[in-house]
Design a protein around this ligand. Structure first.
Ligand code: SF4
Ligand code: FES
Length: 252
């Protein structure tokens, strides 16, 4: 056996695993009237993620556990959930960053209708997103064969809000959204911001009028929950403040 193989084997043997207890809030609409907590013990490594634990539980202990995920790498935004009371992506939450001397609590995000286990109905969230017209609207066509030219500074103006992956971690961490399901919510405002401040777009005023509604930007109470929750590091509260300014003064 080569030295490299021997070294690899001894490193493997040295990697320590832990038994971690997960308390998962379950809800099956066919049998439950209320959600209930169920505990699972899972063998994990420090470098595993909460998503790995959910996979292990589903594949090895209880195939009925229901959750969304797709990319498993922080891009698709489908696995936002409350982990120890904080909204995070399960695929970006490492076991080593959690206190495993206590159970890890995992539950669905709040403020949206619970469908099953960790899955909520995202339709109200996407309806608000659609309402702010999250697409480029231009009154003129580019010159034939030319692109719509934008300077580096113009592009930088809305760079932060292009990073949104529509995970809903911000909107579902907002106390205003919990109590007022009609509020557009931070994610819709972030996506409006992305186009309001785009120099190529001609539809800013329509979006600003939409967000000047009673359920628009003025519902925001600047609690910063949204900024803290965003897995993409978007300055959500700042974006909302910029949209508020634009509502009052027009597109700068
Ligand atoms: S702003 Fe951040 S937290 Fe909100 S939906 Fe987009 S990526 Fe998720
Ligand atoms: S599974 Fe795609 S962001 Fe987590």
């Amino acid at each position: 056996m080569s030295t490299a193989t021997l070294e690899a084997r001894s490193t493997e043997a040295a990697v320590q695993s832990f038994t971690v207890t997960f308390l998962i809030r379950r809800f099956d609409p066919d049998v439950d009237t209320e959600p209930r907590w169920q505990d699972f013990d899972v063998e994990m490594y420090a470098t595993d993620r909460v998503l790995d634990a959910l996979h292990k539980i589903k594949w090895e202990q209880d195939g009925s556990l229901t959750f969304r995920r797709s990319c498993a790498h922080g891009i698709c935004g489908s696995d936002a959930m409350r982990i120890n009371g904080r909204n995070r992506l399960a695929c970006k939450t490492l076991i080593k960053d959690l206190d495993i001397s206590k159970p890890i609590y995992v539950e669905a995000i709040k403020g949206l209708p619970l469908e099953k286990d960790l899955i909520v109905d995202m339709e109200p969230f996407f309806a608000s997103f659609r309402d702010v017209q999250p697409f480029l609207v231009s009154n003129s066509a580019p010159e034939p064969g030319k692109e719509r030219v934008q300077s580096v500074a113009e592009r930088a103006r809305f760079d932060d809000t292009t990073k949104c992956i529509l995970c809903a971690a911000c909107t579902s961490s907002c106390p205003v959204f919990w109590t007022d399901g009609q509020y557009f919510g931070p994610a819709a405002i972030v996506n409006a911001h992305r186009f309001i401040f785009d120099s190529r777009d001609d539809n800013a005023q329509t979006r600003l009028d939409i967000l000047n509604d009673t359920e628009g930007v003025w519902r925001c109470r600047t609690t910063f929950n949204c900024t803290d929750a965003c897995p993409r590091g978007i300055e959500v509260t700042k974006a909302i403040a910029e949209v508020k300014q634009a509502v009052m003064r027009g597109k700068p």
